[in-house]
Design a protein around this ligand. Structure first.
Ligand code: RAM
Length: 501
């Protein structure tokens, strides 16, 4: 095998693993509507889908002597149907709002060219020559998830069954040319989302070629001057590297690659991409301070959770330990000499974390690096990194979750890691109750797919505030991973296979 591989090689491998895109025509029951300017109506697809809309424009008694202008709004959740889009000013670009002004010149079928994520479609006739008709609405849903691959599992619990169903639907709708983060927004490949989608995929669709494609795409990315890869990339209409170099995500790239090997046994892919993952952990060495603590020069280059005020050093160091652990495990299995290198780095990093981040007097992670801020995030990541174990770890995590002085996770992404930490401590029952409490509340709220951000105590909070919030978000699809793992067992080391097509 020749080494190192270059960008064009990685892109070629990504292309070789390009998925089949499956289409399903969802016909929307509706009568032929005779419409006048100002009329509006809402179509219900019956579930959340990602795809393209077409319809037929017609007339009843007088041939239309002018074009028809419609407003077509695609909504993931009901609150979008009548929301005032013109008032949207916060945060992300308003062009993410799924609304078009469409002018139809000719009678007959009209196909809208853009792809949308929606359950509801609101159509308003803005201008038309007196009477027109709209009929034959078809939504052509698209996904690279192969329904024949989806494993059926028997889940003897109504609530978990519902959570699993919505979770699988979320994953399916995010599976497109790549594992997208959200089909409404940002419609691109992010490392943090990829890692969680890959996990859910290993227990549902088992399309390991799509994981492989995404790993190769990241391997082709342009790193920053410190050698850190971008947190996201674009791959259409051409490959383009992102420009936010998140340290936590780059470490999770190494974890995703290691797990890819552990789940599939595909040594060749692992070894081809491993130099890139190695580059990520090596890059961190340049940002270790005099105490051996990983402190990025620019604090904005760490994500952890969607909380602006969150201090992130302790969590990031937990992720550093977590990535080193994954590398040690994988490289040891492969009898790779680097396993020992990572082992000694791990020991040193763990000792530094306990010395400088753990507060011996208070038995918590109150430290100067995070300006005394306490968060569930820090505790969970330090547990996942193996810095704190056993009863002591559980006591701290339990009190952190209850104590109001601690910042709590808001994204399903971070809730995933909280649950993973509980599982690591053997707290299976508590982990499941946390899962039910969080994702179960979304099901109760009427979710067809799981959201980017959610507060069970105030289910409408984030969606109403931010109309650009993605209501089908990849990092929210891991309940299926947790639920099914309990039923079918841990699949690492089993070299899961796809069913032959
Ligand atoms: C948001 C998206 C995406 C996530 C990044 C860090 O823009 O929700 O899923 O990975 O943040």
């Amino acid at each position: 095998m020749k080494e190192p591989f270059d960008k064009s090689y990685y892109l070629q491998k990504a292309d070789e693993n390009f998925p089949t895109l499956y289409r399903e025509e969802i016909s929307i029951p509706n009568e032929v509507k005779e419409l006048y300017p100002g009329d509006s109506f809402v179509l219900d697809l019956g579930n959340h889908y990602v795809g393209y809309l077409s319809f037929v424009l017609g007339f009843t008694n007088r041939y239309p002597d002018a074009p028809t202008r419609l407003s077509v709004r695609f909504c993931e959740r009901p609150y979008e149907i009548d929301a005032d889009f013109s008032a949207y000013t916060v945060g992300l670009c308003a062009s993410w709002l799924q609304e078009e002004i469409v002018t139809v010149d000719y009678l007959g079928e009209y196909k809208m060219p853009r792809r949308y994520a929606a359950r509801y479609i609101k159509i308003t006739v803005l201008a038309a020559p007196k009477r027109i008709t709209l009929s034959d609405f078809v939504f052509s849903a698209v996904t690279s998830a192969d329904s024949r691959q989806l494993e059926s599992v028997s889940i003897d619990d109504e609530e978990l069954l519902a959570i699993d169903r919505v979770s699988v639907n979320t994953l399916k709708n995010c599976m497109q040319r790549v594992f997208e983060d959200g089909p409404k927004r940002d419609r691109r490949l992010w490392i943090g989302d990829l890692r969680l989608e890959a996990l859910a995929n290993y227990y549902t669709y088992r399309q390991t070629d799509l994981v492989r494609r995404c790993l190769y795409l990241f391997a082709a990315a342009e790193c920053d001057k410190d050698g850190v890869m971008p947190g996201y990339i674009y791959e259409y209409p051409f490959f383009y590297s992102g420009c936010w170099f998140l340290r936590d995500y780059s470490l999770l790239f190494a974890v995703t690659l290691c797990e890819y090997y552990l789940y599939t046994g595909d040594e060749q892919t692992f070894l081809e991409i491993y130099p890139v993952a190695k580059g990520q952990t090596n890059a961190m060495l340049g940002e270790l301070d005099e105490n051996g603590i990983l402190v990025p020069k620019n604090p904005d280059n760490v994500f952890i959770d969607h909380i602006g005020s969150l201090k992130k050093t302790t969590s990031l160091n937990g992720i550093y330990l977590y990535a080193l652990k994954a590398l040690i495990e994988t490289l040891s299995l492969l009898n790779h000499e680097d396993a020992e290198v990572y082992r000694s780095r791990y020991e040193a990093a763990r000792a530094s974390a306990l010395r400088s981040l753990y507060n011996q007097e208070k038995c918590n992670f109150e430290n100067a690096y995070d300006e005394g801020q306490l968060s569930v995030h820090s505790v969970a990541w330090m547990i996942l990194g193996g810095a704190l174990e056993g009863e002591e770890a559980w006591e701290l995590l339990r009190s952190a979750m209850q104590h109001e002085a601690y910042l709590k996770p808001v994204s399903p992404y971070m809730i995933h890691y909280l649950i993973e930490a509980m599982e690591m401590l053997g707290r299976e029952e508590e982990a499941m109750s946390c899962l039910r409490e969080f994702w179960g509340a979304m099901v109760k709220e009427g979710a067809d797919t799981f959201y980017e951000i959610f507060t069970p105590e105030d289910p409408q909070a984030h969606s109403v505030e931010r109309l650009t919030t993605s209501m089908c978000h990849a990092w929210s699809s891991t309940p299926s991973y947790f639920i099914r793992k309990r039923i079918v067992g841990d699949r690492r080391g089993t070299s899961i296979q796809m069913i032959e097509k």
